[in-house]
Write a protein that binds this ligand. Structure first.
Ligand code: TXA
Ligand code: MG
Length: 353
């Protein structure tokens, strides 16, 4: 069973010893907890895939320590290919790095030949990010090599946002989890790829708003079509699923009081849990529903996107562990910014009712 340790000099030294021995550890970042292993050791990479039961076609993100401030720095770490991109693109990448690292932005760049094909699932590109979390940074500095780290959940499940979540997911499979408290952002990084015909692609919406990236670049990010989603193999339709039935409502519950729930396959009187991504529902509305809402979570009653994303995975985990027979989710009424990532995760985690 994994030990959960408060991060200090002694526990970080222990983490580094495990990493040097090729063993993955649970590591906090500002987005979600990662399952981190030595990016230069194929055995460590295989151990990550094995622990997560992750298919080998889904590549891993490489995490780098603070201090890297340009594409050239990534070249000098043998992570990216110096010759694959034009100077104009490299300049744009330098701008992105300067502005958004450390932080929740993963860049998909042409890989250096020394980057293991196991990390990139055989793709010619590698995902890289610099986490904005003191514990992740301390481990990276002390270890002195980049760390491959996917989210520390079993494949297809919700990302963990606390050390206890990591224990619940992978506790029997790893030796150590560093406890950095709850993750501030709560949703994974935004994944941005270099497009083949110029421009940049938004491969996964995340904790960095796409609008901020677009403002810096002075151009729109492209959204690759589903057909070309081999570009980001991890963005599978069904992902982030909790254990219980998790259903996306067509409208807010306040508009569903007269709905024939039986016809929707939910018998009157069923004990349900309710997730409200944005805003709040008052008690009198809940009482008028023909269902028994025995538990609910409001991600942000005031409608703050930061608060809603911080609470998202925590709330789904809590409702999944709670007494409701199934979980109902209101549609995300807001758009833009972090709401795009929130809607993306909820759409993947739920089935439409
Ligand atoms: O916030 C995060 O990004 C967290 C923390 C731990 O850093 N990590 C994370 O990793 O979410 P993971 O493995 O759960 O998701 C990585 C995503 C996947 O959708 C994967 O397909 C994509 O990034 N990705 C990684 N490398 C890629 C590559 N070379 N080409 C295209 N997509 C890639
Ligand atoms: Mg993941």
């Amino acid at each position: 069973m994994a030990k959960i340790l408060h991060p200090d000099k002694v526990s970080i030294a222990q983490a580094v010893r495990l990493l040097a021995a090729g063993k993955p550890i649970g590591l906090p970042t500002e987005t979600v907890y990662g399952l981190a292993g030595d990016a230069t050791n194929d055995e460590a990479i295989l151990a990550i895939y094995h622990a997560k039961s992750r298919p080998s076609f889904d590549p891993l993100i490489v995490h780098v320590e603070p201090g890297i401030s340009s594409f050239a720095d990534l070249v000098s770490l043998d992570l990216v290919d110096p010759d694959a991109l034009e100077p104009r693109r490299i300049h744009q990448i330098d701008q992105l790095i300067t502005e958004f690292w450390p932080g929740p932005m993963t860049l998909i760049l042409p890989k250096h030949r020394k980057v293991s094909d196991l990390i990139t699932s055989g793709l010619p590109m590698v995902g890289i990010r610099m986490p904005d979390h003191p514990v992740a940074q301390a481990v990276l500095k002390s270890f002195g090599r980049p760390l491959a780290a996917p989210s520390a959940n079993r494949f297809g499940r919700i990302s963990p946002t606390s050390a206890l979540d990591v224990e619940a997911e992978l506790g029997t499979l790893i030796d150590l989890i560093l406890d950095g408290g709850p993750c501030e952002r709560g949703v994974e990084s935004t994944v941005i790829g270099v497009g083949e015909s110029g421009g940049f692609n938004l491969l996964r919406p995340g904790s960095l708003a796409a609008e901020a990236v677009e403002a810096l670049l002075g151009e729109k990010l492209r959204i690759p079509s589903a057909a070309s989603s081999a570009a980001s193999p991890g963005t599978l339709d069904s992902h982030y699923a909790p254990g219980k039935k998790f259903l996306l409502l067509p409208k807010p519950v306040s508009d569903m009081i007269a709905t024939d729930w039986d016809a929707l396959g939910i018998a009157a009187g069923t004990d349900v849990s309710l997730l409200i991504p944005c805003g709040y529902v008052d008690q009198s509305t809940l009482e008028k529903l023909p269902l028994r809402v025995i538990e609910y979570r409001q991600l942000s009653p005031e409608g703050s996107e930061e608060e809603a994303s911080h609470n998202l995975f925590r709330a789904v985990r809590e409702l999944d562990a709670g007494p409701g027979e199934l979980i109902l989710c209101e549609p995300v009424a807001r758009d833009g910014g972090l709401w795009i990532a929130i809607r993306d995760r909820l759409t993947r985690a739920t089935k439409r009712l």
